[in-house]
Design a protein around this ligand. Structure first.
Ligand code: ATP
Ligand code: MG
Ligand code: MG
Ligand code: MG
Length: 486
C-alpha cells in the first residue's frame, strides 16, 4: 500500500518536529480537567490553557496527532457517519500549534510545503478559503495575500467564506479569529464552479482536508451585547487535519473507509454478516461503515476506562454501541459480534495506541456483555410493557399510570414516546403528566450533570427498538398485523 496511514502520521509529526515543534503525544479523549467538554474534539484541547496563558510550557510550538470524538455539542457528526465518505465519530486530528510564536505567514507556508512538496499533492486539485468578512468583522485580506504569494494562486482559487466555516471562537467571549481551509478535489476534473457543493456520497467533489485557525482577537461583549474584538498581544496558530482524510487522499481513495485505517474494519463487519461490501444495496454498506466507525469509538473509549452506562460519557458510549448493534441486526447478524470488530481495532491501531493493547481483554468482554445485555433488556422491556397494559385493561381502565411509564424508561430504557405508540395501538393512553413528574423527581435525585443528555439517548432507544424490535418481535407497529406477533 502506498502511503500507509502510519507513515502519513509520522511524516506530519517529523515535518513539524524539524521545524522546532515539540512532538506531543495525543491527549486523552476524556479531557483531564474540563468537565464541560464531553470528549476531545480537536487537537487544541490539550493545549487550551496554553493558548489562554493559564499554562506555560517550555516550548512555543507543538505538534500532535490527537484522538478526537465528535458526537455531542457543537460538533456532532453522528448522523453523518457511514453516510458521508469523510465523517467519523472517532478520528485522529493532525495539528501544529504556535503559542504566541509564529503566525499566518509561517503557518500557511508550512502547510503548503508539506502538502505539495512532502506529500506531493498536485496543486491543480487544491483550493483554499479565507474568512471573507461578516458580522462587522473585516475579511482576512492578510491571509489572502499570503496565500497568493505562497501558492501562486489567483483569487479565483481563494474563496472567501463566512463566519460559519471560516471564523473560529472558543465561546461568546475569549480568543477567536479567522481561519483558512485547504480543500482537495476528489474525482475526475477539478471544477471550481462547484466549490460550494458538498462532496457527494461517492466522495467526488471538494473535500476539506485542513483547517488553519489564526487566533488573533480577544472577544468581549459590549453594553448592548455587541461583540468587541481586541487584538491579542501574541497571536496564536491552531491547525487541524483529519488523518483519515489525508491518508485516503494520498492512497488514491474516494472514501476514508477505503483507507488502510478503516477498510479492514468494514471488511470484518462484512465477513461477520456473510455479505460482501459494495456488492449489494447501499444501505448494507452504510451499516458496515457505521459498525466500523462505532467499533473504533467503542474500543478507544473503553481503553480510557469509559464503560457503557446511564449517565454522561458512559451514556454516549452505550448509545454508540447500541447503534452499531442495531446496524448489525439490519445486516442479519444474530449473535453478539461487536466485540469481534473492536478486537480488530486493537489489532489495527494497537501499535500507535498501546492503551488499546493493554485493555484488550477488557474491551472484548465489556463489549460482548453489553451486547448480550442489550438484547435481553429489549426483550424484557417489551414483555413488561405487555403485562402492564394487560393490568390496566383488566382494571377496566385505559390509562397507563405515569410512574409505570417512568419505570419502563428508567429501568428498561423505553422512551416514553415509544411506550405511547405501543400503548396507543392497544387503545391505551399514557399519563404524560405523571410521567413528567416522576422524571423530574428522579432528576433532582440524581443531580444530573450537564453531560447527561437524555434526549440523545432516547433517540437511540427509539432507533434501536425500531430496528431490533422489528427483528425480534414486533412486525412493526405500522403494520396491519399489529400486536401480538412473536
Ligand atoms: P467538515 O466541514 O468536513 O465537517 P469541519 O470544518 O467541521 O469539517 P474542523 O472543525 O475544521 O472540521 O476540523 C479540522 C479538520 O478535522 C477538518 O478539516 C477535517 O480534516 C477533520 N475532521 C473534522 N471533522 C471530522 C470527522 N467527523 N471525521 C473525520 N475528520 C474530521
Ligand atoms: Mg464538521
Ligand atoms: Mg468545514
Ligand atoms: Mg473546518
Amino acid at each position: 500500500i502506498v502511503h500507509p496511514a502510519s507513515e502519513v502520521r509520522r511524516t506530519f509529526l517529523e515535518f513539524f518536529g524539524k521545524k522546532g515543534h515539540e512532538v506531543c503525544a495525543s491527549g486523552p479523549l476524556v479531557p483531564a480537567n474540563d468537565p464541560t467538554l464531553m470528549f476531545a474534539n480537536a487537537g487544541m484541547v490539550q493545549f487550551k490553557d496554553v493558548f489562554t496563558g493559564k499554562d506555560v510550557r517550555p516550548y512555543k510550538r507543538a505538534t500532535s496527532s490527537q484522538k478526537c470524538i465528535r458526537i455531542s455539542g457543537k460538533h456532532n457528526d453522528l448522523e453523518n457517519v457511514g453516510v458521508t465518505a469523510r465523517h467519523h465519530t472517532f478520528f485522529e486530528m493532525l495539528g501544529n500549534f504556535s503559542f504566541g510564536d509564529y503566525f499566518k505567514e509561517e503557518a500557511i507556508a508550512y502547510a503548503w510545503d508539506l502538502l505539495t512538496n512532502v506529500y506531493g499533492l498536485p496543486k491543480d486539485r487544491l483550493v483554499v478559503s479565507v474568512f471573507g468578512g461578516e458580522g462587522g468583522i473585516a475579511a482576512d485580506d492578510e491571509a489572502r495575500s499570503i496565500w497568493r504569494k505562497v501558492t501562486g494562486f489567483s483569487d479565483e482559487r481563494i474563496f472567501g467564506l463566512g463566519m460559519k466555516d471560516n471564523f473560529w471562537q472558543m465561546g461568546d467571549t475569549g480568543p477567536c479569529g479567522p481561519c483558512s481551509e485547504i480543500h482537495y478535489y476528489l474525482g475526475d476534473k477539478p471544477d471550481l464552479a462547484r466549490f460550494n457543493e458538498e462532496p457527494n456520497d461517492a466522495g467526488h467533489g471538494w473535500m476539506e482536508i485542513w483547517n488553519l485557525v489564526f487566533m488573533q482577537f480577544e472577544r468581549s461583549l459590549g453594553p448592548d451585547g455587541q461583540a468587541i474584538l481586541a487584538k491579542l498581544p501574541a497571536p496564536c496558530v491552531d491547525t487541524g487535519m483529519g488523518l483519515e482524510r489525508i491518508a485516503s487522499v494520498l492512497q488514491g481513495k474516494f472514501s476514508n473507509y477505503d483507507s488502510d485505517l478503516m477498510r479492514a474494519l468494514v471488511d470484518k463487519a462484512a465477513a461477520i454478516s456473510g455479505k460482501a461490501y459494495r456488492a449489494s444495496q447501499g444501505d448494507d454498506d452504510v451499516s458496515m461503515r457505521v459498525i466500523a466507525d462505532h467499533a473504533r469509538t467503542t474500543a478507544f473509549l473503553m481503553a480510557e476506562g469509559v464503560q457503557p452506562d446511564r449517565n454522561g460519557r458512559e451514556y454516549v458510549l452505550r448509545r454508540v454501541m447500541r447503534r452499531a448493534i442495531r446496524h448489525g441486526h439490519r445486516l442479519g447478524i444474530e449473535r453478539p459480534f461487536l466485540h469481534e470488530v473492536a478486537l480488530e481495532v486493537v489489532a489495527l491501531m494497537g501499535e500507535q495506541y498501546p492503551e488499546l493493547v493493554r485493555r484488550k481483554d477488557l474491551i472484548a468482554t465489556q463489549t460482548e456483555q453489553e451486547e448480550v445485555r442489550f438484547r435481553q433488556t429489549l426483550e424484557r422491556g417489551l414483555h413488561i410493557l405487555d403485562e402492564e397494559i394487560a393490568t390496566v385493561r383488566s382494571a377496566g381502565a385505559n390509562t397507563l399510570p405515569g410512574p409505570t411509564a417512568f419505570k419502563l424508561y428508567d429501568t428498561y430504557g423505553f422512551p416514553v414516546d415509544l411506550t405511547e405508540v405501543i400503548a396507543a395501538e392497544r387503545g391505551i393512553e399514557v399519563d404524560k403528566d405523571g410521567y413528567e413528574k416522576a422524571l423530574k423527581e428522579q432528576r433532582v435525585r440524581s443531580q444530573e450533570s450537564k453531560l447527561n443528555d437524555e434526549a440523545v439517548v432516547e433517540s437511540v432507544w427509539r432507533e434501536a427498538i425500531g430496528a431490533v424490535g422489528g427483528a425480534v418481535r414486533f412486525t412493526g407497529y405500522d403494520h396491519e398485523e399489529g400486536e401480538g406477533k412473536v
